[in-house]
Design a protein around this ligand. Structure first.
Ligand SMILES: [Zn+2]
Length: 343
């Protein structure tokens, strides 16, 4: 039970529940008293936005590994995500990319979206002016708003204060000229719904939901349907169209109408894993090992031949496998079959 709920029921923890004047939870305290400070939410601005226009599948790339720069190897897809954290952990790379801008650095002619999903320890280092400077120097075609950290097992006041911070940064980001992607975050359906509503009030219409950890912890099915419902409900009421991208998930979920972005096509190739029909196989799985693939990358080769190729030219083999995975995933996410009803 959250500390505030316990406090309401009369449990007192010295130093952490009101009425001690130094209680950290005071702004969140539901017991109204005259001198209670309230949660500070800056008044929200508004900006008119149009949808980013997400493809069904938008590959993430590894900006520090050219093998993932698929357009250099003849595969054309119109949009990519570049994770900002990869630049933040590599000073020389950051300097180089900042001086040229993402488009020139990558030599990519499609749309480049900047992902702000990053490890907590990096989040804590960045201030608003750092974000603004980074976005201005990198020049993406759209950027996510800054990520936060909300954990279901934290006391609720922590996840609420993070959710308030997310909304406040979403408000600050309205000052940027770059097209914006809102974030769907929260440690419970109420927070997710609250964060979506505030962002919609500010004009956000395109959203990304960082989903990798939620899926791993079996929490995605608790939060994603609620997010879809919230967007549908607001869409109906305000006659606005929204789009939702699930970030960091490597297979199609049962909900329809979603877009996806991930780096698994590349990461799994490095582990010798092969996608077929959107499913992951070990390279050596007899079910797929001797089946020819007609994709642009394999051109009739079967996985066994890819293994042989890797043995004599590791680089070329890995590159071919990664491109095969990319093409397979793109096809799987674009198939018309939709099991559930989405946005
Ligand atoms: Zn193939």
């Amino acid at each position: 039970m959250c500390l505030i709920a316990q406090c309401q029921r009369g449990f007192q923890y010295t130093g952490i529940t009101y009425p001690k004047s130094f209680c950290r939870l005071r702004p969140y305290c539901p017991i109204k008293t005259a001198n209670r400070p309230s949660v500070q939410i800056s008044s929200l601005s508004k900006r008119s936005m149009t949808k980013i226009g997400f493809e069904r599948f938008i590959p993430q790339i590894d900006i520090s590994d050219k093998k993932s720069w698929f357009w250099r190897h003849g595969v054309e897809l119109p949009e990519i995500f570049v994770p900002l954290w990869q630049l933040l952990i590599n000073e020389n790379l950051l300097e180089d990319v900042s001086s040229k801008g993402l488009h020139d650095f990558l030599g990519f002619n499609g749309k480049i979206f900047l992902s702000m999903v990053m490890p907590d320890e990096l989040l804590d280092k960045l201030r608003l002016k750092d974000y603004f400077r980074l976005v201005e120097n990198l020049g993406p075609d759209a950027t996510m708003i800054p990520d936060n950290y909300t954990y279901v097992d934290d006391p609720l006041f922590l996840s609420w204060s993070q959710t308030v911070k997310l909304v406040s940064l979403a408000n600050d980001f309205l000052k940027l000229d770059t097209p914006l992607i809102g974030l769907i975050k929260g440690s419970n359906p109420l927070q997710v719904d609250w964060a979506i509503r505030r962002q919609v009030e500010m004009g956000y219409v395109s959203f990304a939901m960082p989903a990798r950890e939620l899926l791993e912890d079996n929490l995605l099915d608790d939060l994603l349907p609620g997010a879809i419902m919230s967007l549908k409900w607001i869409s109906k009421r305000t006659k606005t169209d929204f789009e939702l991208l699930v970030y960091g998930v490597g297979r199609r979920l049962k909900y329809g109408g979603l877009s996806y972005s991930n780096l698994f096509w590349f990461l799994e190739a490095k582990q010798g894993h092969y996608f077929k029909g959107g499913k992951l196989y070990s390279f050596k799985d007899p079910e797929i090992r001797f089946e020819e693939c007609t994709c642009e990358a394999c051109r009739g080769m079967m996985p066994q031949e890819l293994i042989d190729l890797m043995l004599c030219d590791k680089e070329l083999g890995l590159k071919t496998l990664a491109l095969h995975n990319l093409l397979d995933m793109n096809r799987a996410f674009n198939e018309r079959k939709v099991n559930g009803r989405g946005l």
